[in-house]
Design a protein around this ligand. Sequence first.
Ligand SMILES: Cc1cc2nc3c(=O)[nH]c(=O)nc-3n(C[C@H](O)[C@H](O)[C@H](O)COP(=O)(O)OP(=O)(O)OC[C@H]3O[C@@H](n4cnc5c(N)ncnc54)[C@H](O)[C@@H]3O)c2cc1C
Length: 328
Amino acid sequence: MHKQPTTMSEADAFIRECAPWADSHRRFLSDLLAIPPLFQEPLSNHTTMRVGGPAEALVTVADIMELRTLMEYIETRRLRHFVLGKGGNTLFTSRGFCGIVIRLGRTFDACDIHENKVSAGGALSLPSLARQTAAQGLTGLEFACGIPGLVGGSLVGNAGTGSESLSDHLVFIDLLDRKNEIRRLTREEVGFSYRHSNLTAVSSVVLRAHFRLRQSHPQATRQRISSLTEYRGETQPLKFPSAGCIFKNPVPRKNGDSPRSAGALIEGAGMKGVTVGGAEVSRIHANFIVNRGHATSDDVQELIRQVHARVRERFGVSLELEVRIVEA
Ligand SMILES: Cc1cc2nc3c(=O)[nH]c(=O)nc-3n(C[C@H](O)[C@H](O)[C@H](O)COP(=O)(O)OP(=O)(O)OC[C@H]3O[C@@H](n4cnc5c(N)ncnc54)[C@H](O)[C@@H]3O)c2cc1C
């Protein structure tokens, strides 16, 4: 696990590691992008956990032309890059990211609804998608109202609840593939499972998703959103920054028995309320780690390590991470 540079020599070594990041890259980004790129931008400003060191560059692409030009530049020079949504399932280290973090701009957040067909941009927020479809009396995506992610990142992790996930009503996805071509893939071609998709293998960027929902009544769909929002407010620690559930729930056993949830295992291992620095295992929901205000990514990662070790020691279960830790 990396630590933030604390001495001059550590800082020098960090800068040397990033040395190939030439001024020419900065100039290229500044010339290309309509929205000025941010250099050495703290990633704590762009993740829901509010931790993470600086990105060499954080850029917001205004449209598909900019995105394709940028991806071509990145590919030709083999630069490291990371496409970021709301940062709700992503944990950058305290050293940040030695490359380009890419966000999709406003032209990617449209939501078009025709009868029961919904086309949602990769940068549309899930709560907005849930509210807009519910307002039309369309049912199927109400569960997404409390998930603070964007459509692209949420499809990559197949976000959802215990009983529903974003891929359930998905028909196809438009994406920019690794050859910088726009492709359309059906849900089956992508391949989804519990909190997982094969998208990272085929895609560089999710541009748009197309869903088919069922017609219901606006009063019923709005009511469902209200009760789900109320339930989340009672069962999740929403007053502090977090990344939602840290671990995936163990998969059902072959004999059909449901194993204990990750939260129940963590609570059973006595980890509720345990802290490392400013990071705390939530007292409300044990599968959440909250940032009490001054946590670093190192704190969060150390706490994750301790929780994982204690659950394995106590129950013999090796929990799988739901959040993605991104190497600097
Ligand atoms: C209070 C709270 C509650 C939560 N509740 C839930 C819940 O109920 N269910 C749940 O599943 N999650 C939950 N989460 C976690 C998180 O919000 C979701 O997983 C969310 O869907 C992640 O989306 P994102 O845009 O933040 O993804 P990010 O974290 O930004 O990205 C996730 C992954 O997708 C990739 N990516 C992002 N955008 C694109 C794109 N356009 N194209 C290609 N790749 C891309 C990234 O590179 C990364 O690998 C919760 C989080 C919080 C803070």
